[in-house]
Design a protein around this ligand. Structure first.
Ligand code: EPU
Length: 440
């Protein structure tokens, strides 16, 4: 909804949503974690590989699920989602189209997940070059090199990646990834399951979300060895069948709640979490002074003092996740001592530091290193989320700052966290979602 343009200016007043956060909060209580965003979206793309009705459970009620549903509809599928039960049902017809349009793909990086299934099912794929979070260059060279090794021709035309499989279909091959890319591993995995012969993905990503995709593919009849390891061996089959699959819990959301407990010197029980996916995160929370305990369906984090600063180096799984880096920088900003944080995945992720500095945080960045000197307090200010995790980090910082912080750009947070503010309120936070008129 647009207000009239301000006279003589390129700026316009628009209605936008913000979070208003009153700080100096202690969080206490229980939270329930949904399925992983970065798994659910890919599992929805996996459904394209089999004709018939696929059911995916524990799919979080976030905007990206709506975008992926629309993308699948445009490819010819019938898709329904029930936010109450968190169940997606996808009906895939025998014949699907092969073009993923710019208007949807530009809004969500995960759209690239349809590339592998489209090329495997139809022998061709026209996928608009993706958008998504503004956190770095996020190239596709490894996706392309892998598909070329499988016999495809790949060109870029008018903003689209145009991929054509060889006449006899995709050819199994040995691909060595330069880097264990999550996206490239997924593309080659989904292409490999219906290829002729065996595809070996060497130096594959080992994230739990990749293992989840592999498990669903195996349930569908795919032959995959080495699940959870850095070498995936995929032997192509003629056909896959639709299944009913439950998404792995979101380890990043679970980890965010862990930091929320630690930063607010609170106590949170996190339900539906897989502790084995968070070992290094627990190690860091413990080093910061928190007590982390296993509970029947997850874990709890309790903190009874100011956190101690902890060094972080982000790396592909099982290394420390980049998607928890901003939340840990926020905790370090009010910690006792100084910490060095090294970001190895997304060069632009430190953009969030500028916003955190507005709250009085003392952070110096140099290339992919950030030196954080903890301060005993942060002071409230208006701030802007630059991506999903930066947004979460800013809200966590706002919870401990003195006074009222307005967090802008919360549409980013909504892409990764289901009703974040409602969950925080249940834990005792003073946070509200409001619509305001803002210059954009
Ligand atoms: N890269 C290339 N070339 C490629 C592929 C990747 O240069 O062909 C680079 C990227 O530019 C990036 C790095 O490699 O710098 C990591 O990319 P990767 O493919 O591993 O990640 P992704 O698939 O783009 C997914 C998640 C991210 C998460 C990373 C790492 C989705 C939709 N996104 O991204 O999640 O940070 O893996 O674990 O699954 C988030 O949820 O906030 C988020 C950004």
């Amino acid at each position: 909804m647009h207000y009239p343009r301000v006279q003589g200016s390129a700026l316009a007043l628009c209605l936008v949503e913000i979070f208003r956060v009153n700080g100096e909060t202690r969080l206490e209580g229980d939270v329930y974690v949904s399925g992983a965003k970065n798994s659910s979206l890919k599992l929805m793309a996996v459904a394209l590989l089999a004709t018939g009705q696929t059911t995916i459970r524990s799919v979080p009620d976030i905007l990206d699920v709506t975008i992926m549903s629309e993308l699948l509809r445009r490819l010819g599928c019938a898709v329904s989602y029930d936010p109450q039960t968190e169940v997606v049902v996808i009906d895939v017809p025998e014949s699907i189209t092969h073009r993923a349009d710019y208007d949807l793909v530009r809004r969500m990086r995960a759209s690239i997940a349809v590339l592998g299934p489209l090329i495997a099912r139809t022998g061709e794929a026209d996928v608009a070059l993706p958008g998504g979070d503004n956190i770095g260059s996020r190239g596709l060279d490894m996706h392309i090199a892998g598909l070329e090794r499988m016999g495809c021709t790949v060109t870029s035309e008018h903003g689209y990646l145009v991929v054509q499989a060889p006449t006899g279909g995709l050819v199994g091959t040995h691909v060595y990834l330069d880097f264990p890319s999550v996206g490239a591993t997924e593309t080659l995995l989904m292409a490999g399951v219906l290829a002729n012969g065996t595809t070996v993905i060497d130096n594959a990503a080992r994230e739990p979300e990749i293992a989840d995709i592999c498990e669903m593919l195996v349930e569908m009849g795919a032959h995959i060895e080495g699940i959870g390891s850095s070498m995936l061996t995929v032997t192509g089959v003629d056909e896959l069948k639709p299944v009913d699959h439950t998404t792995v819990p979101d380890r990043i959301v679970a980890g965010t709640w862990g930091v929320a407990a630690a930063i607010t010197q609170g106590s949170i029980a996190v339900h539906n979490a897989r502790t084995e996916h968070l070992s290094l995160v627990f190690e860091k929370l413990t080093s910061a002074g928190a007590v982390v305990s296993e509970i029947v369906d997850g874990f709890s984090v309790t903190m009874d003092r100011r956190p101690t600063a902890v060094d972080i180096v982000t790396l592909p799984y099982p290394g420390f996740p980049t998607d928890l880096q901003p939340q840990f920088i926020a905790m370090n900003a009010i910690a006792d001592g100084a910490a060095l944080v090294t970001e190895n995945l997304f060069e632009a992720r430190f953009r969030f530091v500028q916003e955190l500095s507005r709250l009085g945080a003392e952070v110096r960045t140099d290339g992919h290193h950030a030196l954080v000197r903890g301060r005993s307090t942060l002071s409230s200010a208006p701030v802007e989320s630059t991506d999903i995790r930066a947004g979460a980090g800013l809200v966590l910082a706002a919870l401990v700052a003195d006074g009222e912080t307005i967090v802008h750009g919360i549409e980013h947070i909504d892409r990764g966290y289901v009703k974040f503010e409602e969950q925080l309120r249940r834990l005792g936070a003073d946070i509200s979602r409001e619509t305001i008129a803002d210059l954009v």
